[in-house]
Structures are given as C-alpha cells and as structure tokens.
Unconditional design. Structure first.
Length: 683
DNA sequence: ATGATAACAGTTTTT
DNA sequence: CTGTTATCAT
C-alpha cells in the first residue's frame, strides 16, 4: 500500500520524493507541480523515513514561498509534533548569526539594515561617485567574499580604488555600530563556518537533509554556504528550472544549476516535464522559443490539458492603440463572465505600464499594479522603523538622524552636523551627548533654541522607552501620542495614504505583540527587515506587472505587451539574449488558457518616439506572419448590440469568418445585412 | 532651515 | 516624458 503522500503524484514526482540519499536535482518546469513535489518530499522524510524535523532544512528565496510551503507541508504532516525549519536563506543566516556571531567577536544584539540604510551610509562616506554603483559593487564584493583590502589591491581604475576605500569605511561603520546588511547575513554565516571547522561539521550533522527551492537563482556565496552545510553528508536536494533563471543581473549564477553534478558528485537528476497549467498550444510556443538557448539542460514541457486555442498576436501602430486593443479584449473577457483576477498584462519594463494604465482607465477596467514600492520601503514606514530602532537602541546614530527632525522641530542639516562632530569628540552617541550634557553645555554646541528642543526630544524618547519595556502593547499608542508621527506627512499631497500606511503599521505591531507576547521590540524589528509584503488579496481587479514580478504566478488569460526588439528582448550593454529569451519563456508559461502577444510599430519612450521592429521571439516561437490572428476575433457575439455608421443600431444574429476578418449578420430594425466586424462598433 | 528651480539620468528586484 | 537629486536663493 502506497502512503497517502503519493496519492496525487505522477511517476517523475514520486521518483523525486523517494530519492532521498545523495545529491538530487529536480528540474521542475513551469507549472509542473514543483511546490507539491518539494512539500511531499519533506512530508515523506518526516512521516515515512522518520527523520526528526530538526534534522531537515528547507531554504527558499522569498518569505512568500516559505509561507506557502510551510502551509502545504504542515497539512501533510501528522505524526510529528514540531515543525521543520523552513525559511529564507537570509532568515537562516539571521538565526545562525544570533547564535554564532560571537565567533567574530561581535555582539548578537546587532541590527539588520536594508538597502536604503546602506545607501544612506554610503552617501555619508562618499563624495563624488554615484551612490547606486557603489552599493552594487560593495554587494558584489561581499557576495564574492572579497575584502576591502583585496578589492583595493585588484582594482585597476582609479574609480574602483576609490570604491574599495568607501567599501572599507562602510564595513568599518557597520562594525562600529554593530550593523549587519543583507549580504552579511550570508557572508558572515559562511565566514564563521569556514573559519570554524568543528562548527561546520556540527551544523552539517544537525541538518542531515537539505532542500533548496529556486536553485537557478542562487549565487556564489549561497553555493559555498550549501557546500559547508554538506560537509558531513550529501543529502542535498535542489529544485529549480534553468529556463526560468532571470536574475543573472543581480548576481544569480545560472551555472549553479547547470553544473550541479560537478559541484555535488554523483548527483541524480529528475525532470518534471508534465505541465498542469497551460494548454498544449501555449506550451508549443514556449518550448519552441526556449529551444534557441544554448546554455540549458534541456527539457520539453508536455501539457496534461487539452490542445487549446491559438496564441494570438496583436499588432498596433503605437502604444495608445495597443492599450486600447488590450482593454477591448479584457472588457470582452470580463463581459463573458471571466474573473478579473484570472487576467494579467505583463511587460518587460515598468515604464510600459503608463500607457497601459491609461488605456485601462479609459475603458473603466480596474487593475492592481503588482510590485511598485514595497510597504517597508515607503518613507513613512522607514520613519516608523527608525523611531523603534532608536527606542531599542538609543545609540543608533543612523536612525536618530532620520527622525530628529520628523515631525519638523527646526533641526536642520547644520545642527545635525554639529551634533555629530561633538559626539565624535566626546566619544559617545548623539543621544548620550544630548542626554548627558547640561543645557548650558549643549547651547555651546548648537543654537539655544535647538538645545532646548533636543533636550525635550531625548526626554520623550526615554519616557517612551520606559513604556516599551513595561508593556509592548501600550507602547505604540504612547509613541504616537508623544511624537505625533502621523503629522509628519499631514500637509503633503498624499497625506491620506501615508497616514493609512502608518495606521497599518500600528496594526501590524499590535498583531505581532499579540502573536508574540514575550518578544521585545528588537525581535519585531529584525523580523520585519527581512519581510516584504505580498498583496495576496484577490479582488475585482485584473493584474498588471513586470515579467519578473509574475514569476511563479499563473493566469487564465495572459497578455504580454511590448514584444519589440529593444524592449523584449531588451538590448543594450550588459544585456544577455539568453536571459531575455528566458524572460519570454517565463512570461509565456504564466498563461493557462489564452496567451496574447502584442507589439507596436513605434513607441514613445524616454521623451522621444522610436520606430520599432517586432521581436525576434515571434519567429523563434514559430509565430510567423501566416499564423497571425487578426484582432477582435471574438469581440462580437450573437445578441450583441452594435452601431454602423450608415445603418445605425442593430443586433447581431450570426457570426462567421470571412478570410481573416469576421463577418457579422446584423438585424438593423428588420433590415438584415452582412457586415465586416471592423465596420461596426459595440453599443 | 527650507522651499524652488535647474540639471540629469532612465531595465528587471528580493532579502 | 518622468522622477530624483544637487544647488541656490530666501
């Protein structure tokens, strides 16, 4: 008798679940039941094999994926009492560092900073080189385990010598303030394991069965970390799809999945090629496209569903016509009863959303733009977080500078500068400086009026800190009462939205306190720094988003706009045609029932109109001229009311095909006529 | 200290 | 055409 775990699995999936010893690569095509396989495998390990949950480790990239897997795995697990460790790479790093960072002579009350914080630190240090470049270079160094000294030594250009210097100062600043950035969560974890062989053995022994999701997105340091975790065994199972590797530009190494068998000897490979999502016609197009890539392991998706309808191509003169047509299609789908949440429009670059949004607005279609600015990246939320940080750690100079003039207290740049200089001279933090100095002494440093303001500010922070330590629940109200944070944005154009976000944050804080009654502010802070909000609300709106943001999602009706040379594929320095092709592949394989591809002859972009060629991906996907479908093919159906310029209003009594066009039989008040679809408009 | 204007750059984004 | 940042008066 087979265990219940295997009930709904196909042969390849079963094989992947049972193969538990030694390295295993599960090459999971789009829509092939990847999550089901990985969660079943985890359940199998715990329930059937009897591995204690504490001996397994499952790592993902996003909190969303971790959450989904946890929920699905827990449903299958009945016999074990405590849950297995299933989290993001970074969360794992955080947990590890909490226990072991003392091996680097650091205190475990460190604070995790995000990229925005990093930018501010760099900006403070640096003078002339553009900040974004420095941030990404530092990140690259850290992910390649290159120290500032090494970076300096190997830099040839003057600029890079300078970047290496900034990198050094940046690291110094982090150390000084006991801060840890996202890269450190992995890099320091690796460093500790690398320098402490005993601990590496111990940790590897602890996690005897390791699974990694989205392996094609791993980078250099993640691979090295995994190799450390596999010091004493080789039970590593990675799941991924080389054809869906679309994050090369942010350091993901597709070679990790392509060369898995070399990094981990005697690796087995299981291909999941049965696709439960899309119709065969959609898969044919996707398969044909991706076959043009050379760097791939190779697989062909096979639909378990029906043949389906042809992939549709829309050609337009310009972006306004494009969005008008897309909107017309969508209106038609909605009118025929399709749920809005089953419809999505995807694009390669966010800039294309504007004309699309206009078209949707004009047609009265409500949409939800996925992605955009994330909750925790919004200025007002960052202000909130800074307040909390200052309260947990009064010496957090970095955060105190952000809030010292929010709401406005008349403390400007000059005053902050004076404070900072004085705090360095006194070898103390800005907070302590204001706190310990007498009013008179402070007045010698800053203006008289400001000295009093600063004294009050510090006094209030101390008062709120007392409340935080006695009752986390009452704290948040006390904070708002004391500092009127909601007033910061009161007189800005989007005050409503900002205050709503702050209220949302307060709500989240209360939820956290209820869920974790014994936790302190610091736990809340480190938790949310690693979190990104995911809108999962399914509403009355269709979805529009970038192709990157669509990865992992599926829609019954999927539209892709901007299929032109220069947009998809996006061309330019640093562009990689194979990765562009994978983006095309990812976008095509989001579609369940219908896939509609749109391209234009010219587009307005960066302030100028440019003539465009249609994307080479049409030909590569086998969609040549002859297979083009004329737009509006199902725009009209029997019973619809339409208007003709000459005959006026009438009702459709029949639809037939005439060459490429659709011919309508229309009853104009008793007068029956055959009219081509393009000569009438819907009423 | 703060608001107004000029100059400028401009895929994709999670933790 | 946009949004962001640097600089300059007030």
């Amino acid at each position: 008798m087979e265990h219940e775990i295997f009930k709904d699995l196909n042969d390849a999936q079963k094989h992947a679940v049972r193969q538990i010893d030694g390295p295993l690569l599960i090459l999971a095509g789009a829509g092939s039941g990847k999550t089901k396989t990985i969660t079943s495998r985890l359940a199998y390990l715990l329930e059937e094999v009897g591995v204690p949950p504490s001996q397994t480790l499952t790592l993902t990239f996003t909190n969303k994926a971790a959450k989904e897997m946890r929920e699905r795995a827990l449903k299958m697990i009945t016999t074990t009492s405590y849950p297995p460790l299933l989290c993001t790479f970074h969360k794992f790093g955080l947990l590890f560092l909490k226990f072991h960072i003392h091996l680097l002579n650091r205190d475990n009350n460190f604070v995790v900073i995000d990229n925005d914080d990093r930018k501010r630190i760099i900006k403070k240090i640096n003078s002339d080189i553009p900040t974004p470049l420095i941030g990404s270079e530092i990140s690259r160094y850290k992910n390649s385990l290159i120290s500032p000294t090494e970076a300096y030594a190997q830099a040839e250009l003057k600029n890079y010598k300078q970047i290496a210097k900034i990198y050094e100062e940046y690291e110094h600043y982090l150390l000084e303030n006991n801060l840890v950035d996202f890269d450190d969560l992995l890099a320091l974890t690796y460093k500790i394991l690398d320098e402490n062989d005993d601990l590496a053995q111990e940790t590897s022994n602890k996690y005897r069965y390791i699974m990694i999701d989205e392996y094609q997105d791993t980078n250099e340091i993640q691979l090295k970390l995994l190799q450390k975790l596999c010091t004493t065994h080789h039970n590593i199972c990675v799941v991924g799809d080389d054809d869906q590797s679309i994050y090369g530009w942010r350091g993901a190494h597709i070679r990790n999945i392509l060369e898995f068998h070399q990094d981990f000897q005697n690796a087995q490979i299981v291909k999941l090629e049965k696709n439960y999502r899309s119709t065969q016609k959609i898969l044919n197009v996707a398969n044909a496209l991706i076959e043009h890539n050379r760097s791939r392991l190779g697989k062909t998706l096979q639909s378990t569903r029906h043949e389906g309808t042809d992939v549709i191509t829309i050609k337009s003169d310009h972006e306004n016509e494009e969005s008008k047509k897309i909107a017309a299609y969508i209106t038609e789908l909605l009118n025929s009863g399709e749920r809005a949440s089953e419809i999505a429009v995807l694009y390669r670059i966010n800039a294309l959303s504007r004309s699309l949004e206009e078209g949707l607005n004009r047609a009265g279609i409500s949409y939800r733009l996925v992605g955009g600015l994330r909750f925790y990246d919004r200025a007002e939320i960052k202000d909130m977080i800074s307040y909390l940080r200052v309260i947990t750690n009064h010496h957090d100079n970095f955060s105190i500078k952000r809030i010292i003039n929010k709401p406005k207290r008349g403390i400007g740049k000059a005053t902050v500068e004076k404070l900072e200089l004085a705090s360095i001279r006194h070898e103390t933090s800005i907070f302590s400086l204001i706190d310990t100095l007498s009013l008179n002494e402070l007045e010698a440093i800053v203006r008289k009026k400001n000295a009093a303001t600063l004294k009050t500010f510090v006094k209030n922070i101390k008062a709120v800190t007392l409340i935080a330590n006695s009752s986390t629940y009452d704290f948040i109200d006390a904070l708002e009462a004391m500092f009127t944070i909601r007033d910061i944005y009161a007189n800005t154009p989007d005050a409503m939205e900002k205050t709503a976000n702050i209220d949302e944050f307060y709500g989240m804080f209360r939820d956290f306190v209820i869920a974790n009654p014994d936790a302190g502010l610091d736990e809340f802070l480190n938790d949310i720094t690693l979190q990104s909000e995911q809108d999962e609300v399914e509403g009355e709106s269709i979805y529009i988003m970038s192709i990157h943001a669509s990865k992992g999602l599926e829609f019954k009706h999927t539209f892709i706009i901007g299929l032109e040379e220069g947009f998809l594929p996006l061309l330019g320095d640093g562009s990689n045609i194979e990765e562009e092709r994978r983006l095309g592949y990812v976008s095509f394989t989001r579609a369940k029932d219908t896939l509609t591809l749109s391209h234009v002859s010219s587009r307005f972009y960066k302030g100028r109109r440019t003539d465009l060629q249609k994307s080479r991906f049409f030909n590569e996907a086998g969609l040549c001229e002859g297979s083009l479908k004329l737009e509006q093919h199902t725009a009209f159906k029997k019973g619809d009311l339409v208007r003709h310029k000459i005959f006026g209003a009438g009702r459709i009594i029949g639809v037939s095909k005439s060459g490429r066009e659709f011919k309508l039989s229309i009853n104009f008040g008793g007068n029956k006529r055959e009219i081509l679809a393009s000569f009438v408009e819907r009423l």
